[in-house]
Design a binder for this molecule. Sequence first.
Ligand code: NAD
Length: 257
Amino acid sequence: MTYEEKIRALAEYLKKSERSFAFSGAGVSTESGIPDFRSRGSGLWERVDPMKAASLSALRREPVQFYKFFMGVWESFVGAKPNAAHYALACLEQEKLLAGVITQNIDGLHRAAGSQEVWEVHGHMRSCRCLACSKLYPFDALLDQYRSGTNPPRCSQCGGMLRPDVVLFEDAMGEDFYKAYQALSGCQLLIVVGSSLQVYPAASLPELAKTLVIVNREPTPWDVRAGLVINEKMAGQVFTDLMTVLGLDFLGVGHRA
Ligand code: NAD
């Protein structure tokens, strides 16, 4: 199948499927300037060991190092704007061609693009909480302390250490993961966008879809099960071409919402 035929096939899948979802990973945000974890040459995991840098035991054992790494990741989010793929997914939802987006990303760019139904299975950077007493704070509480030199940031109520509301290695999955699991039961079409599909249990979600489409520039372990694999172009271009075939004007959809 040529690339153009694949885009037309994806458009047909979307028009025919009654219940479609997208499942995104870090690759959907690389064109917004945020590095992913596993891209060859540029992925963050080429420089650090994830279990050492982003696990719950790392936070407990070496909080100062944990926060240095974590705030470095956070800095890459500053000023990042949604790209064509995020806007196209938001537009597909508005047009009722997509029921929602399940994302492994913590960058908030799907919401910023205007997507309404978003399940963030690895959490987000809008809040943080105390490891000792569980008191909830806006993320800025953690950020302000870190910036003013308090590392690790502390709970103002009990002095315990604050942690971001993201799912770390060794953490249990949050509520959004189970909601996504439920939403996907009976789902006809799942479009994976920019994920290596190597992080479990999130990477088990594709098994729930009747038809799987994978938009990823590198091969994934799920390619053999997919009805369509689109790896010829970057996600931003793939979705721009898809929207052209569907006749949808999508850029800036978030500002119209
Ligand atoms: P990953 O890094 O394991 O895989 C990303 C995949 O996207 C790679 O296979 C890469 O080839 C592909 N890719 C990169 N840019 C692309 C593009 N423009 N178009 C198409 N494909 C592209 O990411 P993952 O599977 O999401 O797993 C990593 C974990 O890291 C996730 O759980 C996520 O929580 C976290 N993470 C999040 C962010 C973020 O919030 N933006 C950034 C880094 C890591």
